[in-house]
Ligand binder design. Structure first.
Ligand code: HMG
Length: 445
C-alpha cells in the first residue's frame, strides 16, 4: 500500500509579540512565574493590523507551494480548520484560494474546498479528511493542502488571556510523503461537554479549571481506545509525543497521565512501582473526584522518579519549544508541537528514520484523538526549511498600551483605528471590505 502522510509543512506566526513576563505580568500585578513557570508560556503572537486568519493561512500555503515547486494543478483539495471564522457560509478556504490565484497562473476551480470546525481538534480532522481522500483513490495524483489557522483571542481580563496566540500551519498531504506517514489506527475520547464554547460570539465562554479536567478525561479515553486499535504500547515505541498545547503547563499534566497509560502492563510499570512503593492503578473508575484524586496521588509520585523526568525531557519537553514563544494557536497547536519536536531532534542529531510519533490532539466541546505516525527518511531536510525561530525573533515587541490597541483592532465589536506596527513585504494583506461585507485581500510585493 502506498504511504500517505505529511510531505512538508510551513508555519506563519502573527507578527506581533506580547512578552508575558516583561509586559503582561506587571500590568496585571502578577508574579511573572505564574506565566513562565505555572503556565509555561513566555510570549504570545498577535496579528498586525493587516493580518488575519486568511492572510496567515494564505502566506503559509504560498510559501509551501513555492518551496515544493507546486502550481494550482498539483493541488486537488484545500481544507482549512479554524475556530476563528468570520462567515457562517463562505469558507476561509475560498478566500485562501482567491489570494493564491493572485500570484499563480491558473486557478483552483477544480479543487474541493471546505472548512472544518471542532475547536482545536479540527486541524487533525482535516488531515484525516485529506488522508482518506487520497486513500480512497479520489485524488487523481494531486495533493491536498491542509491549513490550521486561528486568532486565539479571549476577552480582556478572562483567565485565558495569558494563553492567547495567533498563527497558521500549512501542511501538504501527499502520497510518498517526505515528513511523516499517517497510520490507519486511531483512538477517540468524545463527549458532549460545555467547557469552552463560542455560541455566536467571537470570544470564548470558558470554564477554565473544568476545561483542564475535561481535556484529561477525554485524553484518557482516547489512549484506551488507541490501545484497543493498535495493541499494547511501550514508552520505547515513541521518541516524541506531541500533545495539543493550549499552554505547556497543560501538557505537563497530560504527559503524566499519558505515561501512566503507556507503561501499563509493561516492565516499566513494575520498575516504577518498586521505586515509588505505589501499586500501579488498575481500577476502572468513572471520571469522578475519587478517581482523579487516586490518579493524582499515583502520578505525583510517578513524576518525581528520575525515569519519568528523563522520559519527559526527551519525549515531551522538545515539543513545547515553539508553543512557549507563541501561545495557543488552537487548530495549529498540536501541529506546531510536532514541528517543534522534529526540529529539536534534527538540531540535536537524533536519528528518527522509521521511528513512530504518538500524536495526541484535543478540541474542547470535547474530543481527544490519538494516532501514531512514522517519521520517514527526508524529514530532516524538510524540517530544516522551517524559519519559525527567525519569524519569532523579528516580531514587533508590544508595550501593554499597544497590546490593548491591537486587541481592540481584532475585536469584532470594537472600532479601532490603529497604525500598523510592521511593514508587510512579499505577503498577502487584508485590504478592506467589499460591497457584500466580504473581506478583500491583496499581495504586497
Ligand atoms: P488561572 O486561574 O489564571 O491560573 O487559570 P492558576 O491560578 O490556575 O495558575 C496556573 C498554574 O500556575 C497553576 O499550576 C499554579 O499553581 C501556577 P497548576 O496547579 O495548574 O500546576 N502558578 C505559579 N507557578 C509558579 N510561580 C507562580 C505561580 N502562580 C501560579 N508565581 C487556566 C489557568 C488554565 C484556567 C486559564 O489559563 C484558562 O482559563 N485558560 C483557557 C482555557 C484552557 O486553555 N484550558 C486548557 C484545556 S482546554 C483546551 O486545551 C482547549 C482549548 O485549546 C480550546 C479549543 O479546543 O478550541 C483551550
Amino acid at each position: 500500500m502506498t504511504a500517505v502522510g505529511i510531505d512538508a509543512m510551513e508555519i506563519w506566526t502573527g507578527k506581533l509579540k506580547l512578552d508575558l513576563a516583561e509586559t503582561f505580568a506587571p500590568a496585571q500585578g502578577d508574579d511573572p512565574g505564574k506565566y513562565t513557570k505555572g503556565l509555561g508560556l513566555h510570549a504570545s503572537s498577535f496579528p498586525d493590523v493587516y493580518e488575519d486568519i486568511v492572510t496567515m493561512a494564505a502566506n503559509a500555503a504560498h510559501r509551501l507551494m513555492e518551496r515544493k515547486g507546486l502550481g494550482p494543478d498539483d493541488v486537488g483539495r484545500i481544507d482549512v480548520a479554524t475556530e476563528s471564522s468570520f462567515d457562517n457560509s463562505k469558507p476561509v478556504s475560498t478566500y485562501v484560494a482567491g489570494c493564491l490565484e493572485q500570484v499563480y497562473d491558473g486557478d483552483f476551480h477544480h479543487a474541493n474546498k471546505g472548512e472544518r470546525k471542532f475547536a482545536c481538534i479540527a486541524g487533525t480532522q482535516s488531515l484525516d479528511d485529506a488522508y482518506n481522500w487520497i486513500r480512497a483513490g479520489r485524488n487523481r495524483g494531486r495533493s491536498a493542502i491542509v491549513i490550521a489557522t486561528d486568532t486565539a483571542l479571549y476577552a480582556r481580563d478572562d483567565p485565558g488571556e495569558a494563553t492567547q496566540g495567533a498563527g497558521a500551519v500549512a501542511m501538504l498531504v501527499s502520497e510518498d510523503p517526505d515528513l511523516v506517514e499517517l497510520s490507519a489506527e486511531q483512538g477517540f475520547g468524545s463527549a458532549d461537554e460545555t467547557d469552552f464554547l463560542k455560541p455566536n460570539q467571537q470570544f470564548p465562554s470558558v470554564d477554565g479549571k473544568r476545561s483542564v479536567n475535561v481535556y484529561l478525561a477525554r485524553m484518557r479515553e482516547a489512549l484506551d481506545d488507541f490501545e484497543s486499535a493498535a495493541g499494547d504500547i511501550h514508552p520505547d515505541d515513541y521518541p516524541l509525543i506531541p500533545f495539543h498545547t493550549p499552554f505547556p503547563g497543560m501538557v505537563r499534566k497530560a504527559a503524566a497521565l499519558g505515561y501512566r497509560h503507556i507503561i501499563r502492563g509493561t516492565d516499566v510499570e513494575d520498575a516504577v512501582a518498586a521505586e515509588i512503593g505505589h501499586q500501579p492503578m488498575r481500577e476502572d473508575f468513572e471520571t469522578d473526584d475519587a478517581f482523579r484524586d487516586a490518579i493524582r496521588e499515583y502520578t505525583d509520585s510517578l513524576t518525581e522518579t528520575e525515569r519519568y523526568k528523563d522520559w519527559y525531557a526527551d519525549t515531551i519537553d522538545p515539543t513545547l519549544e515553539i508553543s512557549r514563544e507563541v501561545g495557543n494557536w488552537y487548530t495549529g497547536s498540536v501541529h506546531i508541537a510536532r514541528a517543534a519536536g522534529l526540529k529539536h531532534a534534527r538540531e540535536n542529531g537524533r536519528d528518527l528514520d522509521g521511528k513512530q510519533l504518538l500524536v495526541a490532539s484535543y478540541g474542547s466541546g470535547a474530543q481527544a484523538e490519538v494516532h501514531a505516525e512514522t517519521v520517514v527518511p527526508g524529514w530532516e531536510e524538510e524540517i530544516a526549511q522551517l524559519n519559525i525561530d527567525e519569524q519569532n525573533r523579528e516580531r514587533y515587541d508590544l508595550s501593554f498600551e499597544e497590546y490593548e490597541q491591537i486587541h481592540d483592532v481584532h475585536n469584532h465589536d470594537t472600532e479601532a483605528d490603529v497604525e500598523e506596527f510592521t511593514a508587510p513585504e512579499s505577503e498577502f494583506v487584508f485590504d478592506g471590505w467589499g460591497r457584500m461585507g466580504e473581506r478583500k485581500y491583496r499581495y504586497v510585493e
